[in-house]
Design a protein around this ligand. Sequence first.
Ligand SMILES: Cc1ncc(COP(=O)(O)O)c(C=O)c1O
Length: 305
Amino acid sequence: MPITPTEKIWMNGELIPWEDAKVHVLTHTLHYGTGVFEGVRAYETARGPAVFRLTDHIERLFASAKIFMIDIPFTVQEIVEATKETVKVNGLPSCYIRPIVYLGYGEMGLNPMPCVVNVSIAVWPWGAYLGDEGMQHGVRMKISSWRRHDPNIIPPAAKGTGQYINSQLAKVEAIKAGYDEAIMLNPQGFVAEASGENIFIARDGDLITPPLSAGALVGITRDSVIRIARDLGVNVHEADLMRTDLYTADEVFVCGTAAEITPVREIDDRVVGEPGPLTKKIQEVFHAAVRGEVERYADWLEYVS
Ligand SMILES: Cc1ncc(COP(=O)(O)O)c(C=O)c1O
């Protein structure tokens, strides 16, 4: 889906016109992929736009930066406030938000430490990442021939810009083969996650998701799903899953900021089916929570004004 330009982008402390938010071709991150970023969403609520779990996202941004030894020249609170300001100034009722920390122009070579650290925050309208049809009836997924990287090769705990070339290899392979999305196994052969989402299966009324040690990102939507499910009285376990556990599951869904809660209807041509009752219930509660309609989850919303 093409990006719809909005008015202003926050760059290093200033709101500047969208078309002026440019970087030099010798920007370090462009060459070597050392940068960290977040994907966040603001939702329309009765009290105006609210950013879903904003502080949690910005704390993860700082954790990712710590892993790569990048010193962000702002505090968590400053980036939280800058994000709210960027959403507010662009006047959108709901939007996707992309904060990124990248190494700028001035140094080249593999030592990133002398590089200048830049931060920018852009916002734009973005609908269902895996499509409206997928959201309603489920997507078709393929187990990728590309493995998720091992934690001692590239840390899956960090949301680093360069590490997404691994996800992109898997995504392209899946799309070229006629599927919507890729599921990645870790080097041990257990399910890690999808190219840009965490994954859950339902079996005999319980929910199971791979542990973070399987190579999954510490997903904020994953955490929200676990809390919603437990509040609904559902048992949630973290356990290693084999690809065949996906084929024989009662229900499968993936979750993430971009994809929200997207049901999976087929994996490697094995039919899982239309979204099941647990998937639908969690989708329903999640969509109500992000719109400020569930008092119990009110603390997940950070209003922009
Ligand atoms: C690889 C990967 N896994 C999982 C997720 C889901 O994380 P979150 O729910 O925090 O957006 C994302 C999206 O950020 C992702 O890129």
